[in-house]
Design a protein around this ligand. Structure first.
Ligand SMILES: Cc1cc2nc3c(=O)[nH]c(=O)nc-3n(C[C@H](O)[C@H](O)[C@H](O)COP(=O)(O)OP(=O)(O)OC[C@H]3O[C@@H](n4cnc5c(N)ncnc54)[C@H](O)[C@@H]3O)c2cc1C
Length: 631
């Protein structure tokens, strides 16, 4: 049995675990992350994809609201290729009245969220698909986030800063020295560390139990519907007390509507299925907000489990999911349960995962006696050098002259410092208590005005400090902007792949520079999501893709309207060759179809039924009869 020693081991590769791995690696800790499946196999890959502005929590949970707006602004800066800065609306239907709207706007102001009342007419001009009978609307800085990519880039950056990531291996037990946890065990290996952090979502309860600690968790199932088009370009929330079926998020080429909130047994958390009743309920409520949903094809349904914690560990498990805490929960099991060496970080949201990681890494450093500041709020993630919002302008300005490049001016027209770095409004150095984070938020909200974006003034993100603490000039941010611009120029001039190149840039930002679009690289494999052979090769190399389902999470392959009907044969063959296992192409296809089928089954009527029949007839001639089924 192999034995390896780390400063910190993180169990769970969702948003929280990957953010934590990056944070620890950036602080110079010898870090290991262990995930039993692929990254994002838990709630982080089965959520709404809403980068909360915090408005949803402003009335009932002001602390969460403040955390959300701060993290929302940070992620728009450091993970621009994962976030689409759509903006959001809270719409009031006639039966909702306007009392809640007034309260929402007041509480948003108190939490520092830029929430503005706009007229129904204006709201309809921004989002023509919303119910024309709305009586009020509020504009908020909600956004759409690609949760798979967000975890990918955190993991990628962690590895680039020295972390080890072990995927597809479950932690089966904890290694103990007396009461202390000193490591973890998988089926074949033992890994030792000074601190072990459980970041395992809803499975944290089970893992804590295995280590001799206890957490009262509440598994709250949420189901979602995926509609085959972008019915709006903004996030649409219903303006009432947070409830079921009240948010629509535009995501790439589709729209996601949800959710429900029901307690489920722990044993079911590994295999969530959406029921027909849930589909009917979601559709009925969705149509009230966006009438065109009634005639928009639902391409699939999926569900995840929220890792909620009961406020009081002594309370009974009868509380409903919406009243259980959605706040961040950091548990020091040494103090709480007499189990030194063990910490749990859970609760929270996808939006606040970076902050959760910061809090947990602060505690790990304290325990290890290490004085290392958190830098994750300032250092851009791989690919994130362009602000997504400027992307349209960026593309339309591809012909811009060289002297108009982003590096020569700031968006306000001011000159850059000699290092090329643009200072924050306060110019203050970040402290571990996060002072800079608030100044980042203030920078935007104090003036209330949006910065003008144009191809000639693409903002460059400041990168001042490296892991080791020494100063480093903007770490290629300027170069990267210019290089991405030149790649985009080349891609756009290629008749074969202009949209695919743009799609890759949208997903991977400046990482697109690492893709080779020459020759076969320019071949489009998935038409719906415009995924090329070059993007597939890049993902295989960078993310350790094992099969088509993994590939989907990193590229969105097969996640568009046809759900893979047209592309998976091509994709399976290409991937199998890329991985050097051509004999596995059929197996990849079969597993992929199985997963797609699972999501299509609850919504199989009308167009989706026709698509499913087409898919079945196409692939049953390739695969043995009866092999595709909704197991
Ligand atoms: C339906 C729904 C909608 C949501 N919508 C939003 C939203 O729009 N915006 C938002 O901000 N938040 C949203 N959330 C909340 C958000 O998704 C979660 O809070 C967040 O993803 C939790 O991340 P995590 O990393 O803590 O847990 P998870 O993503 O669940 O990750 C835990 C990981 O631990 C792994 N694991 C478990 N056991 C072991 C083991 N023994 N060994 C190794 N690994 C193990 C699992 O495989 C899993 O990958 C939503 C949640 C749900 C369910």
């Amino acid at each position: 049995m192999k034995m390896k020693k780390y400063d910190v081991i993180i169990v769970g590769g969702g948003a929280t675990g990957t953010c934590m791995a990056r944070d620890c690696a950036l602080r110079g800790l010898k870090t290991l992350l262990i995930e039993r499946e692929d990254l994002c196999d838990g709630a982080s890959g089965r959520n709404h994809g809403l980068l909360h502005s915090g408005a949803r929590y402003a009335v009932n949970d002001p602390e969460s609201a403040r955390e959300c707006i701060a993290e929302n602004l940070i992620l728009k800066q450091i993970a621009s290729n994962c976030v689409e800065d759509t903006g959001g609306l809270f719409i009031s239907l006639p039966e909702d009245g306007l009392d809640y709207q007034a309260l929402l706007v007041q509480k948003c102001a108190e939490a520092g969220i830029d929430a503005r009342i706009i007229t129904p007419k204006k709201a309809l001009s921004l989002a023509p698909a919303i119910n024309p009978n709305i009586i009020g609307a509020v504009k908020v800085p909600d956004a759409s986030v690609n949760p798979f990519l967000l975890s990918d880039v955190h993991a990628l950056d962690a590895v680039r800063h020295g972390a080890d990531i072990v995927k597809f291996k479950a932690v089966t037990s904890f290694l103990k020295d007396g009461d202390s946890v000193v490591g973890v065990k998988t089926d074949k290996e033992e890994y030792y560390a000074s601190q072990v952090v459980i970041a395992s979502g809803i499975w944290s309860a089970k893992l804590a139990e295995m280590a001799g600690a206890h957490i009262d968790m509440y598994p709250s199932k949420g189901s979602l519907l995926v509609f085959g088009h972008r019915v709006t370009n903004l996030v649409i929330n219903r303006c009432r007390k947070p409830s079921n079926a009240d948010i629509l998020v535009p995501e790439a080429v589709v729209s996601v509507f949800g959710t429900t909130s029901d307690k489920v047994p722990f044993e079911e958390c590994d295999n969530m299925r959406v029921t027909r009743e849930e589909v009917d309920f979601l559709l009925k409520e969705g149509v009230k907000m966006l009438p065109s949903l009634a005639s928009t094809r639902i391409i699939r349904a999926y569900a995840g489990v929220r890792p909620l914690i009961l406020e009081d560990s002594k309370s009974s498990l009868q509380a409903d999911g919406r009243s259980a805490s959605r706040g961040i929960v950091l548990l020091d099991h040494e103090e709480r349960d007499g189990v030194p060496g063990l910490i749990t970080i859970t609760g929270g949201k996808l939006t606040t995962a970076r902050l959760m990681a910061e809090k947990a890494a602060d505690l790990v450093c304290k325990k290890l006696g290490i004085d290392a500041e958190c830098t994750t709020a300032e250092i851009p993630l791989p690919g994130s050098y362009l602000k997504r919002r400027s992307f349209g302008a960026f593309l339309s300005g591809l012909g811009a002259k060289k002297e108009d490049t982003p590096a020569s001016k700031t968006s306000s027209g001011a000159k850059r410092t000699s290092s090329g770095a643009k200072r924050t409004s306060s110019g203050a150095k970040r402290t571990s208590s996060g002072t800079k984070r608030t100044s980042l938020g203030a920078q935007k909200t104090s003036s209330g005005a949006k910065k003008p974006y144009s191809a000639a003034s693409l903002p460059v993100i400041e990168v001042e400090k490296t892991v080791s603490g020494e100063k480093k000039s903007v770490s290629g941010a300027k170069k990267s902007c210019l290089a991405v611009r030149s790649v985009a120029q080349k891609l756009c001039s290629k008749e074969t792949i202009p949209y695919a190149g743009i799609a890759a840039l949208g997903r991977h930002g400046s990482e697109t520079l690492k893709m080779d679009f020459t020759g076969e690289g320019a071949e489009i494999v998935c038409e719906c999501e415009q995924v090329t052979s070059a993007e597939i090769s890049y993902c295989v190399k960078e993310f350790g893709v094992r099969n088509l389902n993994d590939l989907r999470r990193h590229t969105r392959i097969g996640m568009g309207t046809c759900q893979g009907t047209h592309c998976i044969q091509r994709a399976a063959e290409l991937l199998a060759i890329e991985l050097g296992v051509p004999e596995k192409a059929e197996e990849f296809m079969k597993d992929y179809l199985q997963e797609r089928w699972k999501g299509m089954t609850p919504v199989m009527w009308g167009e989706t039924l026709r698509e499913a029949e087409f898919m079945r007839s196409k692939y049953s001639s390739l695969l043995a009869e009866g092999e595709i089924s909704a197991k």
